[in-house]
Design a protein around this ligand. Structure first.
Ligand SMILES: [Zn+2]
Length: 87
């Protein structure tokens, strides 16, 4: 025997950080934060100028300040279980 039931491992690209890995490993792959960020910046380079301007507007708006406050507040909590919403 000795023949693997699996063919050669397929390579797959992580949609988050762009790392190329055997598809089987990708299921357990966790993106490196800096690599992920680099990849996201590459994908959005054209949008970034406008995005930074919009983000500045957003963060100084009432709504943006609320969202930042809310995000800070949520971050201090343990993850909640069973908050799936179904119709
Ligand atoms: Zn990744």
């Amino acid at each position: 025997m000795g023949s693997s039931p699996f063919p050669k491992p397929k390579r797959a690209t992580c949609p988050g950080c762009g790392a190329e890995q055997p598809a089987q490993l990708l299921r357990h792959h966790v993106c490196d934060w800096w690599r992920w960020l680099d990849h996201q910046v590459d994908l959005r380079r054209d949008e970034l100028d406008g995005f930074e301007r919009e983000l500045g507007d957003y963060l100084t708006s009432t709504r943006g300040r609320f969202d930042v406050w809310y995000a800070e507040r949520e971050r201090g909590r343990p993850a909640q279980l069973g908050h799936s919403k179904r119709l």
